[in-house]
Design a protein around this ligand. Structure first.
Ligand code: ZN
Length: 279
C-alpha cells in the first residue's frame, strides 16, 4: 500500500490515482495525514477493502510530506560504511543521533531557499513509525514501521560543524531542509525491505548511489537502539543516514548553488525534485 499527502489531505495511491481517505471512509479516518499513524493497524485493515472508485490523477506539485507534523524527528549520522570512511570517522558502535527540527519538514517538490554557501545533499531512506515502540528487540523492529519514504537530510556544513562541540541539528533544520515524499510505501511492497537502492543527482549528474543493505545500523536495529532510550511514537520520522558521495567529502568540495536541481530517488518509492533559490 502507498499513501500520500495531497494538498494537505491523506490519500491512498492506487494505479488509477489518488483516493481521498476521509471521503472514501465516510469520515471514519481524518483527512489529516499525521492523524493516521496512531490508528495504523486499523487503517491498513480498512484500506484492504476500501472503495477505490473515486480515484483522481495525482498532481505531483500538490504533494506534501507524508508525515508532516511528527512529534519527533531523528537523524542518524555515519550509518553507511563508505560514508563514514569518506567523512574520516571510525565505524560507530552505537548510532550517532541528532534531530532535524520538525519545522524543516516539507514536501517532495518545489523550491528550497539556499541558507548558506556550504549547503550539501544527503539522500536518505526515511522511516515513519506506525506503532508505539519501547524496548523493542531488533528482530521485532519492522513490526513498528508504518512505511518508508524518500528523504533529503539537507545540511549547511558550516553551521553543522560550528563550535568546539558541534551539534548537528540546527545546520540541518533551516526551512525546507527536510523534504520527504512523494509517497509512504509499506515495507511489504518491497522485494527485499532490507536491500533498497537509493541515490540522488544534481543537475542530472548522479552524485550518490547506495543500497540499504550497506547500513551499519539497519532499520529494525535503529528501532531497537532508539526505543531502548525513549519511546518511538506513531508518526515519528527517522532519517536513517546517507551513503557516500556528499559534496563536503569531495576534492574539491562541492556545495549546492542557486538554480541547482536536486533529484532524489529510491527504487520502489519514487523521486523528489527540488530547485534551490536565494534565501
Ligand atoms: Zn544525514
Amino acid at each position: 500500500m502507498r499513501i500520500a499527502n495531497l494538498a494537505g489531505r491523506l490519500v491512498l495511491v492506487t494505479d488509477a490515482g489518488a483516493v481521498d481517505v476521509e471521503t472514501a471512509s465516510a469520515g471514519r479516518f481524518s483527512a489529516d495525514p499525521q492523524a493516521v499513524y496512531p490508528r495504523w493497524a486499523e487503517f491498513t485493515a480498512w484500506a484492504e477493502t476500501a472503495p477505490l472508485e473515486q480515484a483522481r490523477p495525482v498532481d505531483a506539485t500538490a504533494l506534501g510530506a507524508p508525515a508532516p507534523t511528527p512529534a519527533q524527528v531523528f537523524g542518524i549520522g555515519l550509518n553507511y560504511r563508505d560514508h563514514a570512511a569518506e567523512a574520516g570517522f571510525a565505524l560507530p558502535d552505537s548510532p550517532t543521533v541528532f534531530t532535524k527540527f520538525v519545522s524543516c519538514l516539507t514536501g517532495p517538490e518545489g523550491e528550497i531557499p539556499l541558507a548558506g554557501p556550504t549547503v550539501d545533499w544527503e539522500i536518505e531512506l526515511v522511516v515513519v513509525i506506525g506503532k508505539l515502540a519501547r524496548h523493542v528487540a531488533a528482530e521485532d523492529g519492522w513490526d513498528h514501521v508504518a512505511g518508508l519514504t524518500v528523504g533529503q537530510d539537507l545540511s549547511e556544513r558550516t553551521v553543522q560543524t560550528a563550535g568546539p562541540a558541534p551539534q548537528f541539528s540546527l545546520g540541518k533544520s533551516f526551512p525546507r531542509f527536510g523534504p520527504i515524499g512523494p509517497y509512504l510505501v509499506t515495507p511489504d511492497e518491497f522485494e527485499d525491505r532490507d536491500d533498497i537502492v537509493l541515490g540522488c543527482a544534481v543537475n542530472g549528474e548522479s552524485v550518490q548511489k547506495g543500497r540499504t543493505s550497506d547500513l551499519i545500523f539497519s532499520v529494525p536495529r535503529l528501532v531497537a537502539e532508539l526505543s531502548a532510550v525513549l519511546p518511538l511514537l506513531p508518526g515519528d520520522v527517522i532519517f536513517t543516514g546517507t551513503p557516500a558521495g556528499v559534496g563536503v567529502a569531495r576534492d574539491p568540495k562541492r556545495f549546492l548553488a542557486v538554480g541547482d536541481e536536486l533529484v532524489s530517488t529510491i527504487d520502489g518509492i519514487g523521486s523528489m525534485h527540488h530547485r534551490f533559490v536565494p534565501a
